[in-house]
Design a protein around this ligand. Structure first.
Ligand code: FES
Length: 80
């Protein structure tokens, strides 16, 4: 199952200071939204490296539908 087959947001718990490598192409089968290397680097589909800032609520709201205009983040477009 590819990441965007879920069709709804992925809410992921993370730790302050943690760096995650987030899928932006939708080909990853990792249920937490991590890049699993399935992307085509030549097509510019590489992951986004994101470090969790201090003071965040410890949650990442990731797109699981592929409609977001702010990938890898959910922007609410799954409701359209
Ligand atoms: S899950 Fe894709 S925009 Fe929300």
């Amino acid at each position: 199952m590819a990441l965007y087959d879920k069709g709804s947001p992925i809410i992921r718990q993370v730790k302050e200071g943690e760096t995650v490598y987030l899928c932006r192409c939708g080909k990853s089968s990792n249920p937490l939204g991590n890049c699993d290397g399935s992307h085509d680097q030549a097509a510019g589909e590489g992951p986004l490296a994101h470090t969790v800032e201090s003071g965040s609520d410890g949650k990442l709201y990731l797109c699981g539908c592929g409609k977001s205009k702010r990938l890898p983040w959910c922007d609410g477009s799954h409701q359209d």
